[in-house]
Design a protein around this ligand. Structure first.
Ligand SMILES: *Cc1c(COP(=O)(O)O)cnc(C)c1O
Length: 383
């Protein structure tokens, strides 16, 4: 196939119904970051091209890869039909789709890690599947079964395996989406859903500790809202707050609970922990905090390492008295918090060698990359 050639592929293999989203995929030529175009690879192609891109300069940014996975739940059906891999490319959407008009959509995020043994592993993908199902239930959407979800992730990772960075250089970030793609004019659930998973190699989110400001005017989540699911509607409403925080030199903002404005909840896309002595505390999952899989895993790893874990409300003032703070999420793994600033008052924490967060990070990433034996059955080796 020549480079830059545009080919159209049907979104689904079965014929499209009349009046239903006429979705086609286009394989677009690209050469965004000086990478080789994808057109040269075959599905599950065994080309291990280590000079595919400059692995040392990989950041947490998007690099297109070869394939994506698409699966559909058509109007009148409750289950997703057999999905398939297709070339990565733009998608066509009905202007009246539920996702474009009313934000009926969910996202997920997980990684494929290449270990020193050159094997590729996923970390607890069934947890992402369950979280997508919970979100779908809340958003009145149909969702893939856990088996369909996990299978799609394995296929997406394997089809793009030449994009899984070498050990220590990063990982292949996989982004599943569940979208209301059927046309709907009135405010109501979409008649049709599309599941899609694409992938991008990513490096470290950024280096060094996080420096937070505390946001006390904009709330990320409200009781009874969607803060507890990975709804695509949870992110752009806080862009203004985080853009302002970043303009002042902070890495991100910590959001407070909307009910009282007194307790810390989490940051834009990561959960928060504080450490005092042998006790590690984190806000509880009560609908306004995203139940992070990294968070959940840290709780288990920490008690396994002998720490005491508390899931409880953490008043903002408590940040003055803790030894350490750190954040967790698939994208960042575990990151130490260097400082938190609130109304001009800056509190600093210890980071680096010998900290609890460093120990937890080493253990967790060790399990994810196969360096530490996985006694919990968390890791799914796919090759
Ligand atoms: C995704 C996300 C997290 C982290 O969840 P993981 O499963 O650990 O990646 C935390 N907070 C928010 C708001 C998120 O969207």
């Amino acid at each position: 196939m020549s480079r830059g050639k545009i080919c159209s592929l049907e979104w689904i293999s079965r014929p499209l119904r009349r009046g239903v989203l006429a979705t086609k995929l286009r394989h677009c030529s690209r050469n965004a970051i000086g990478v080789q175009t994808a057109s040269d690879a075959s599905i599950n192609g065994d080309q291990e091209e280590h000079d595919l891109c400059n692995w040392d300069e990989l950041k947490f940014s998007f690099t297109p890869t070869d394939y994506m996975y698409v699966m559909k739940c058509s109007s009148g059906e409750s289950a997703f039909s057999q999905g398939h891999l297709t070339r990565y490319g733009n998608v066509e959407l009905s202007p009246s789709s539920g996702v474009l008009n009313y934000g009926q959509g969910l996202l997920e995020g997980l990684k494929a890690y290449r270990g020193d043994d050159n094997r590729i592993r996923l970390f607890r993908p069934e947890q992402n599947a369950l979280r997508m199902q919970m979100g779908a239930e809340r958003m009145c959407m149909s969702s893939p079964t856990a088996e369909q979800f996990v299978s799609s992730i394995k296929q997406t990772a394997l089809a793009n395996k030449r994009w899984v960075p070498p050990p220590g250089k990063g990982s292949l970030y996989i982004r599943p989406l569940l979208l209301g793609t059927g046309p709907i004019l009135g405010v109501a659930p979409s008649p049709e859903y599309t599941f899609l998973a694409y992938a991008s190699p990513v490096g470290n989110y950024f280096n060094g500790p996080m420096h937070f400001s505390v946001e006390d005017k904009v709330y990320r989540a409200i009781p009874g809202g969607t803060g507890g699911i990975k709804s695509i509607t949870n992110y752009s409403p806080i862009y203004k707050a985080i853009t302002q925080a970043k303009a002042k030199g902070f890495t991100d903002a910590i959001f407070l609970d909307a009910a009282t404005g007194k307790n810390i909840e989490e940051a834009t896309a990561c959960n928060i922990f504080v450490v005092k002595g042998n006790v590690i505390s984190t806000p509880p999952i009560a609908g306004t905090i995203l139940p992070g899989i990294t968070r959940k895993s840290i709780i288990e790893v920490a008690s396994w390492l002998g720490y005491q874990i508390e899931e409880r409300a953490i008043p903002l003032e408590e940040l003055i008295n803790v030894d350490e703070a750190f954040c967790s999420g698939t994208a960042i793994a575990i990151k130490p918090v260097g400082s938190v600033t609130y109304q001009g008052q800056r509190v600093e924490y210890k980071t680096g060698e010998g900290t609890v967060s460093e120990k937890l990070c080493r253990t967790l990433t060790g399990i994810q990359t196969g360096l530490i034996e996985d006694t919990m059955g968390w890791v799914v080796e796919i090759e």
